[in-house]
Design a protein around this ligand. Structure first.
Ligand code: NAD
Length: 496
């Protein structure tokens, strides 16, 4: 039974080499996390399908009908993709809600951001210069950029349409062909996006979408000799495995991985904003965000009062039906993932933590049928606790007091991850000092979880390698080439 418009993915077919057809893998039932009802059944790829997609992409990339287009011609198609996304904005937002259970308010924003991503990279493509480098002899030198070839884009389940767009837009802009492997549990939006790309005029074979199991289909893509770059967003351990294979192939990879981001509240902060921002930073998307602010450091002089307000705020969050515009937290992605989150909460308690709020499944309003979990705050632990060191990827915050900047920085930076951080203070000099000293790719000051496609995003330490977004995001999907033009009428001196 379906409870939403499936016209964006009408058949359950997958998209290989420009053809819509049944994949030869095991069929997959997409479930709605809010009540476990079946959205629809789709076919998935098997290893042969994945290989076929790569081979078709290699042929497509070598043809001139995509990689050989002038930048403004490719850009035109990317603008069309953006327009078609916006034309189907509500249907895509509903599809993503059904596929991964995010509240509709959030999925509407994600769909619009995906359209913006295509527009932004279309504009970058049209305006990005190649360089005539300073001449050092009787020759002219140029630095130009070529496509890389076949890109494997592997994405996670937490914000599929945004993650897909962040890879597809710059990779297609760069003139490459892309084989996209969405997460097992959220294939629908990626397939809908492929229909849009096809309709916008992306030539046959330039894009394939191969839903299926990561350890099988993802692995085939990473190892395939015709795949020349992998762009991966997902967990750190899977990313590490991909990097090992890439090392053997001497293949570039970009890895956007996990996080355990610190949020820091100083005693001079605007506390209304800080309470609000900390709650948003950890509990929006039900904490299923790589950048979730999951470790909270609060200056000791305000710790008790701040935590009281924070816990009161967390208890009031509207956890429930993702189809309601006012819902702030939907269900977690799967029952298995909720069990992982529950195990971490139990571990935190065993390690000596105390619950300030949450820690259980919410009841009432039909939520028993879904994979919901209450916003949860623990305290009484140190940064050495396992739940402070490991990514939980759920609505669980651990709060700790701090006394001075030196000890704060030591603890905030004491993590294998280095994705993001937040600082709440009115003292701009201190904010600048701390922001510079934090070992993370992004720092939010008096705000959290804001995103701009024009600003690069990268993880430090075990949170990743490479950059996404920003004007030079396309260059991650191009290879540089140097041209030397001889201008001297005489032969090279050596030849005489
Ligand atoms: P995951 O690593 O389990 O899976 C990510 C993708 O990789 C999926 O498509 C999966 O099928 C595939 N995959 C799994 N095993 C593979 C293998 N052996 N070879 C190739 N591909 C394989 O991650 P997830 O559970 O889908 O997503 C959650 C993780 O993603 C979290 O750790 C989160 O922090 C991270 N994430 C990071 C960012 C970022 O930008 N840094 C953004 C979103 C999510």
């Amino acid at each position: 039974m379906t409870h939403f418009d499936t016209s964006l993915v009408p058949t359950g077919d997958i998209f290989i080499g420009g053809e819509w057809r049944q994949g030869r893998g095991n069929p997959y039932k997409s479930l709605y996390p809010a009540d476990q009802s079946v959205n629809m059944e789709i076919s998935t790829a098997n290893a042969d399908d994945a290989r076929e997609a790569v081979e078709a992409a290699d042929i497509a990339w070598r043809r001139a009908d995509w990689s050989g287009l002038k930048p403004h011609q490719r850009a035109l198609i990317l603008y069309r993709i953006a327009d078609l996304i916006m034309a189907r904005h509500e249907a895509l937002a509903q599809l993503q809600r059904r596929d991964n259970g995010k509240p509709i308010g959030e999925t509407r924003v994600l769909v619009a951001s995906a359209a913006n991503t295509f527009r932004y990279f279309a504009a970058c493509l049209e305006t990005l210069d190649e360089e005539v480098t300073p001449s050092r002899g009787d020759y002219l030198t140029m630095s130009i950029y070529e496509p890389i070839g076949v890109i494997a884009a592997i994405t996670p389940w937490n914000s599929p349409i945004a993650s897909d767009a962040q890879k597809l837009a710059p990779a297609l802009a760069g003139g490459n062909a892309v084989v996209l492997k969405p997460a097992e549990v959220t294939p629908l939006v990626s397939l809908a996006l492929a229909r849009i790309c096809e309709e916008a005029g992306v030539p046959k074979g330039v894009l394939s979408v191969v839903p299926g199991k990561g350890s099988v289909i993802g692995d085939v893509l990473v190892r395939h000799p015709l795949v020349k770059k992998v762009s991966f967003t997902g967990g750190t351990e899977v990313g590490r495995g991909i990097a090992r294979i890439a090392a053997d192939k001497l293949m570039p990879v970009s890895l956007e991985l996990g996080g355990k981001s610190p949020t820091i509240v100083f005693d001079d902060a605007d506390l209304d904003h800080a309470v609000n921002g900390v709650l948003y930073g950890i509990f929006s998307s039900s904490g299923e965000a790589c950048i979730a602010g999951s470790r909270l450091f609060v200056q000791r002089s305000i710790y008790d009062a701040f935590m009281k307000r924070l816990a009161e705020g967390a208890r009031k969050l509207r956890v429930g039906d993702p189809s309601r515009a006012e819902t702030q937290m939907g269900p977690l992605i799967t029952a298995a993932h909720r069990e992982t989150v529950e195990r971490y909460v139990a571990l935190g308690l065993e390690e000596g933590g105390r619950l300030l709020c949450g820690g259980e499944r919410p009841v009432g309003d039909g939520r028993e049928a879904g994979t919901y979990f209450q916003p949860t705050i623990l305290e009484g632990l140190t940064n050495d606790a396992r739940i402070c060191r490991e990514e939980i990827f759920g609505p669980v915050l651990v709060a700790m007091p701090f006394d001075d900047e030196a000890s704060l920085l030591k603890e905030a930076n004491n993590s294998v991850f280095g994705l993001a951080a937040g600082i709440w203070t009115r003292d701009y000099k201190r904010a600048y000092r701390i922001a510079r000293a934090l070992e993370t790719g992004t720092v939010w000051i008096n705000t959290y979880k804001l995103f701009s496609i024009s600003t690069p995003f990268s993880g430090w330490k075990e949170s990743g390698m490479g950059r996404e977004k920003g004007r030079l995001g396309i260059r991650e999907y191009m290879q540089q080439k140097s041209l030397y033009w001889g201008l001297n009428d005489a032969p090279l001196a050596w030849a005489n």
